[in-house]
Design a protein. Structure first.
Length: 258
């Protein structure tokens, strides 16, 4: 296999929540490894801007975009109608789209906590099911789910977020075992605090930041590109015997005891 083990030339990837932050970094990482990438996000204008920027940065690959809110079942179906109409096939699915509203458990309204599950868990479940017929056409396709350390231990995200991410990690294990015979590997990454637009508000509080860093052995906040690198590795032919894993990208956070 040679150096091709570390490339994704000729492969087609779909990344959700790809207009900003970790999702954008994942799209860029996959493009840099030679894949063509389809990006999905809710905001049409931001998505178009991201697509143009990525296409300029990676002119040798193709970047396509489709605006959809993957928390909506009908729009999830529309994403895969689009993918199937393109006729390019699919080798990689990255379920990255996520959302959260952090508050005490008793303070959530039904619509609030259900929306967290729709985006973080049910979208990944259904998009994986839609992707399966396309992915199983190849000998070594992969799904990577972007989970969270909140699905591994308690952090201050609120219980619905932690529940949804823990369930996403379990979905990863189930699909990995069920679909291994079809040539589809399924893995996950579990980030801790990563420097994104979503985390910037909390991390702007110096006291809170000090608490976070005190619990992080590496003593710093992670970068989106560091999560993207782990995702990309799991998609590579070089990772062909890895499935069912959830890799924490966390500077040592979940291993830290006293």
């Amino acid at each position: 296999m040679g150096t091709n083990r570390w490339r994704l030339d000729g492969q087609v990837a779909l990344v959700t929540g790809a207009s900003v932050g970790i999702g954008r970094a994942i799209a860029a990482e996959l493009l840099g490894l030679g894949a063509d990438v389809m990006i999905v996000a809710r905001d049409q204008d931001l998505l178009d801007t991201t697509r143009e920027e990525l296409q300029d940065e990676f002119p040798e690959s193709e970047v396509l975009a489709f605006a959809a809110d993957v928390s909506d079942g009908e729009q999830r179906r529309e994403v895969f109608d689009w993918v199937e109409d393109l006729g390019t096939g699919l080798h990689i699915l990255v379920n990255n789209a996520g959302t959260n509203t952090s508050k005490p458990t008793m303070d959530y309204g039904d619509a609030e906590w259900r929306a967290i599950f729709e985006t973080n868990l049910f979208s990944a479940f259904e998009l994986s099911r839609f992707a399966f017929p396309l992915l199983s056409e190849h000998a070594n396709s992969s799904i990577v789910n972007v989970g969270s350390v909140s699905g591994l231990t308690h952090v201050r995200t609120g219980s619905p977020y932690g529940m949804s991410k823990a369930a996403l990690h379990q979905l990863t294990k189930n699909l990995a075992c069920e679909w291994a015979e079809d040539g589809v590997r399924v893995n996950a990454v579990a980030p801790w605090y990563i420097r994104t637009r979503r985390t910037s508000g909390k991390l702007a509080d110096p006291d809170y930041l000090d608490e976070v860093l005190d619990r992080t052995p590496m003593g710093r906040i992670g970068e989106p590109e560091e999560v993207a690198a782990a995702v990309a590795f799991l998609c590579l032919p070089a990772a062909s015997y890895i499935t069912g894993e959830t890799i924490a990208v966390d500077g040592g956070f979940v291993r830290y005891g006293f």
